[in-house]
Write a new protein. Structure first.
Length: 305
């Protein structure tokens, strides 16, 4: 693989990098530790996913948002046929597809997840929540695999999608109040709410009690189980990619503990993993990888905040 970039390609990737820096400090913190070529590929993929998400979550009528998603889908169709839109995002993605053996299907799966959000219905159970989570987040794991785990087998692909689902469940648990207030959405499964005796009225009243915490922890337990399952396939990732990938999982998993530290207040406080905690997680991840694989990183940048 070549690592040279033209001036315009450099500018296109900087555009994508600015998007990930603005919208996801956690992902940027982890994946900026990849070698430059790989990091830039991740930024371009993130920019695509962010564009898809914004097309659905932007202000405007359902028809306007559906039209925006339709335009993005049409651009992806043209991209598949080699007819790229002349924008920084699509130029950067074309460079990614030239450098790596990419699979375009997860990009379509991402758009399907956004369509599911447009016609959102509270999931009946955890299985349906995880199906939705695959499309909006598990698909991202599959997009990244050709960059960070080339030649991945079926099991590694399955667990890469699993990591995305775990992260999406984490997002949902962090953003319960925001999703209800700004989007009028309840992602918590109906059957789990009924099992724990917690109602939509309780949610609207921002009630944090034993019923809420037990409901929250039921979903968190599933998320944490999926993080653990992902760790089973770490050996299949490239040496230069293993630390950033596990670090991204560790920092995201840390959001769950921040919610707990906030007294499960998902309504008036947004759980954020701070710089010091990120550094602590990075050191723990580095030590764990060294024990498991014998891989030792010596660069201070690997664990710097």
């Amino acid at each position: 693989m070549t690592t040279s970039f033209s001036r315009r390609t450099e500018e296109d990737y900087r555009h994508c990098e600015a998007i990930i820096k603005r919208h996801s400090k956690s992902f940027y913190y982890a994946f900026s530790r990849l070698p430059q070529e790989k990091a830039r590929a991740v930024y371009a993929i993130y920019a695509f996913c962010r564009t898809a998400d914004d097309s659905v979550d932007s202000s405007g009528s359902r028809e306007e948002r559906m039209a925006a998603l339709g335009r993005l889908s049409a651009e992806l169709d043209r991209f598949r046929e080699g007819q790229d839109a002349d924008t920084p995002l699509w130029r950067a993605l074309r460079d990614v597809f030239r450098r790596y053996t990419m699979d375009i299907q997860p990009f379509y799966d991402q758009l399907e997840g956004q369509r599911m959000d447009l016609d959102f219905r509270q999931p009946a159970d955890l299985r349906r929540l995880e199906e939705y989570s695959y499309f909006v987040a598990g698909s991202v794991g599959l997009m990244l695999l050709p960059i960070i785990a080339p030649g991945a087998d079926a099991e590694t692909r399955r667990h890469a999608a699993t990591l995305g689902v775990a992260m999406q469940l984490t997002n949902i648990l962090r953003d319960i109040g925001e999703d209800l207030r700004d989007k009028d959405r309840i992602y918590l499964p109906r059957d789990l709410m009924a099992k724990h005796g917690y109602t939509s009225e309780d949610l609207e009243n921002r009630l944090i009690d034993d019923r809420f915490t037990s409901l929250w922890e039921a979903v968190a337990a599933r998320s944490e189980d999926l993080y653990d399952r992902f760790n089973e396939t770490l050996g299949d990732y490239s040496d230069d990619s293993r630390l950033p990938v596990v670090l991204s999982a560790g920092v995201y998993r840390g959001i769950l503990n921040e919610v707990r530290n906030n007294g499960y207040d998902c309504f008036s406080r947004r759980a954020v993993v701070g710089k010091l905690e990120k550094s602590r997680i990075a050191l723990a991840v580095k030590a764990s990888l060294t024990r498991k694989t014998g891989m030792a990183h010596t660069l201070a940048a690997d664990v710097a905040p």
